[in-house]
Design a binder for this molecule. Sequence first.
Ligand SMILES: Cc1cc2nc3c(=O)[nH]c(=O)nc-3n(C[C@H](O)[C@H](O)[C@H](O)COP(=O)(O)OP(=O)(O)OC[C@H]3O[C@@H](n4cnc5c(N)ncnc54)[C@H](O)[C@@H]3O)c2cc1C
Length: 379
Amino acid sequence: MKERANVVIIGGGVTGCGTAYNLAKRGTENVIIVEKNFLCSGATGRCGGGIRQQFTTEANIKLAMESVRLFEGLSEELDTDIEYEQGGYLIITYEEEVEQFKKNVKLQNTLGLKSRFITPEQAREIVPLLNIEPIAGATFCPTDGHANPFRVTHAYAKKAREMGVNIEKFTEVTGIETQDGQITAVKTNKGTIKTNVVVNAAGPHSRDIAAMVGVDLPLKPYRHEILVTEPIEHVLDPMIISFKTGIYFSQQKCGAIIGGIGDPEEPPSYNVEGSLKFMKRMAKTMIELVPAFGHLNVLRQWAGLYDVTPDAQPILGWTEGVDGFCQANGYSGHGFMIAPKVTELISELIVDGKTSMPIDDLNVKRFEGEIVGEAYVVG
Ligand SMILES: Cc1cc2nc3c(=O)[nH]c(=O)nc-3n(C[C@H](O)[C@H](O)[C@H](O)COP(=O)(O)OP(=O)(O)OC[C@H]3O[C@@H](n4cnc5c(N)ncnc54)[C@H](O)[C@@H]3O)c2cc1C
């Protein structure tokens, strides 16, 4: 392992690999990713791959819209088919949600997003198998979609390697050294790397990393469970999602349905075991919306962690009091979809000292003031 780096990135998920790629693309030499396990072993390799722009805060909408612009060219840019498909996101709307969702669409439209509120019958035109009886409508954005998180992350890593980035797998960060408030080194179980810049892209473990230099990140890990079914013929274009029930599911290119459901009773923890409770709730809720899916066979289920902040928006940028410590975490369940823009912004911040989109409002300092949160979260 190299003894010195210009930038050490902690974490080999989509954030770490995307940041390394963008740093190398901007000409930064001697970048090292330190990953305690294998690439995609954290949340990235457990995620649903959904990419939506329909959010309720300006910051999330803009990050997602810019990311979609980048996703559209990513297969070509990275020379890998990332299995990107834009089948839209259909946000199921129940009676009590109608007024608020119409307002949310208005905000999205003012920012240039072509989302719209549609009737139950229009929703059924998009998804012929949809049971529209319990629903009052839906919001729909045709440019939302999904991609393969493994392909995206490995493609970033491959390109980064080609440009000289070192990836140290199975290497755990055990400490960070500072002198007079400046980062000087990263300690790992395989040796020490001298550096003045560290990117904290450790997903749900970012809080533990920050604690190494006495910074208290307001991050909590929450288990989220998900499943995949046997592949079937193509029947579903958009991702279907409901914030009332917490369910989401989409059909992948291979024909499999991938989906999960949040559990409002889930306590914060690092537990990633699968449960029967999830399987029952998932099956029941999915079948209510698409009764024909009652015939599907589940291949497997698994769980991963969301890194959740108090306002469900990411923590990005430098950390006051610890020079050279950059945060890129706190994605609250939507870090894959905004990774292309976030990782570009982090690289701009490190290389140019400024970003092409303002990210000050996403700095960790914001939690000292009043918090206005994102409402479209799978809880
Ligand atoms: C079930 C589920 C479904 C999801 N669905 C979606 C979705 O549809 N769309 C979407 O956009 N997002 C989704 N997400 C969220 C998304 O997966 C994450 O926001 C995103 O993958 C975060 O990527 P990351 O690289 O920041 O973190 P991670 O992928 O968690 O990577 C962090 C890495 O840091 C490593 N690490 C931790 N501690 C150390 C240490 N001390 N030393 C070295 N390495 C360390 C870990 O091993 C890990 O590989 C989902 C998440 C889950 C769990």
